[in-house]
Design a protein around this ligand. Sequence first.
Ligand SMILES: C[S@@+](CC[C@H](N)C(=O)[O-])C[C@H]1O[C@@H](n2cnc3c(N)ncnc32)[C@H](O)[C@@H]1O
Length: 227
Amino acid sequence: MKTGLRLQTINAMIKDNYAHIWDCCCDHGLLGMTILKRQLADTVHFVDIVDTITEQVHQHLYKHFSDQAFANKWQVHCTDVAKLPIDRFIADNQQHSHLIIIAGVGGDLLIEFVQQIVTANPTLKLEFILCPVHHNYKVRQALIELNFNLIDEIITCENKRFYEVIHVIRNSTNNEPIANVGSKMWDLSDPLHQKYLTIRLNHYQRIQNNPNENVSEIIQAYQALKA
Ligand SMILES: C[S@@+](CC[C@H](N)C(=O)[O-])C[C@H]1O[C@@H](n2cnc3c(N)ncnc32)[C@H](O)[C@@H]1O
């Protein structure tokens, strides 16, 4: 299986080394394996809730990543991402650096995961790279409410579908705010970004046609990007 542009974008966004990188909802494990090859973490964790999936990932890792360079560099966890066992990897109260990647799931589920992980580890300096399949506005609102700050964000397009990749941090000295419609990811001289903005606006204008909905603030925020 080949790594598509969406996963390549997430991979390229990782610029630092970490003690632990968590490929959550890993499915095929392609992203984590790419990160493992780049040797970006002391340990790359592959997490999925389906045991047949984690078993396959384990077999693949055992076959292809068992030599000296990769020994003890990966772990596979069959568990719910909402219950990520981060606390097992914090020795002597030291703040080991954790990067948690959640991609390829819906926005509501992704928010639940982030909320639960933050609630279980309220004081840890945690970084997340998030790429929901939809509900980006709602995800951003939740991140703002959870006191995250922005590290980076990118728009990417795969199979005619747009994705936002959002790299955020909590409990750090980074004060860059997250914008609910995105900020530095936009390059409106790029026709693809113009197209994505039109898609976002059309989506919310359709919702606004329903008299029971009021998304005028969201529409205004997206329209302000054009100014
Ligand atoms: C579409 S795949 C995403 C694969 C990969 N992250 C990507 O972006 O291409 C979604 C995966 O999430 C897993 N998943 C769903 N709910 C989960 C949960 N609560 N905890 C862990 N994994 C979960 C599913 O088993 C499935 O393998």
